[in-house]
Write a protein that binds this ligand. Sequence first.
Ligand code: GLA
Length: 389
Amino acid sequence: MNVKELKQKFTELFGAQSKPRLFCAPARVNLIGEHTDYNGGHVFPCALSFNTYVAAAKRTDSKIRLYSLNFEKMGLIETDTQHLAFDKKQDWANYPLGVFWAMQQRGLALGGADLLFWGDVPLGAGLSSSASIELATAVTLNTLFDLNVPQTELAKIGQEAENKFVGMNCGIMDQFASAMGKKNHAILLDCNTLKYEYAPLDLKGVSILICNTNKPHNLIESKYNERRAQSEHALKELQSKLKIHALGELSEEEFEANKELIADPVERKRAKHAVYENQRTLQAEQALKRGDLAQFGQFMNASHVSLRDDYEVTGAELDAMAEAAWKQPGVLGARMTGGGFGGCVVALVKNENIEVFKQNVATEYEAKTGYKPDFYIASAEDGAREIID
Ligand code: GLA
């Protein structure tokens, strides 16, 4: 599908009376800093070259018409700006409708619109296909209705749509990365303050390889919300003595000195991950700045182990993939990325070893799990935007 075809499809579906404008928003991969965003810590994602594309035009009435070329069986979904409500039957369309809703909640004036979606983001792979739909919608509405909302606020609107409309209690990372991505850079984001800086991804003969377990993951139905609740409860217990707002404010030493305040050993492990992972993310970014990719890779491995043993969000498929990756020549590091419970592993692999890596990992992983994996080489790209052709 290219831009011209998308416009043609729009005309076939919605008629020739309005000329659509085109928008896109990327998926993301997180290099390190997992399950730290809602714990007030740091994350280090970059936006990818996989995108959700939208062809869209304003209407003169209040109707909203949505169609996705990825979910053609769902057909045309019609509602209007006065009747926005979550409905399981609307399936994928809850994400864009959630963005309409979240914008309205902020008092932004929206009219009706026709939107046609198409995306090349692998679905259910933990690469934030949903955030890319949300941000593609947000940048579309922001532009069509001249709302002048800054990109960082569009990220918050996307998160609100997901938290309050869809009912998945995610943090800000995915929407922020999709909104604020920058070509050839990763984003170090402090999720406590939303201060961020871009870090050049100067990888010198090394590639970021994404290894899809093809074990579908569905965070709405997973233990994601439970993990979040456990971390929040652990924080409450620490707050009986410590003046902190988030686990991300603690150093490892402070955590060790106070961890007994957390009564439940399981919750103590969850909090330990949040604290250590946040510190690891800061150190990993420093290692990247120094050009020390070997050290960066070690932090990635440690991150996976902590997500496996302390946060317990990996599962058999992600562990099998990471373990197969760790053994290969030319691998600097590998870890699960995203929410977990299926989805993808991200690995740093020397370019000359990539082909052998794929063969070996695929053979071992498939033998262990029965799933055939997919591999993608990631390039860091720009965030949500209008496509001017
Ligand atoms: C999902 C959520 C993010 C983040 C990650 C885990 O992708 O949407 O907010 O919590 O999981 O790091």
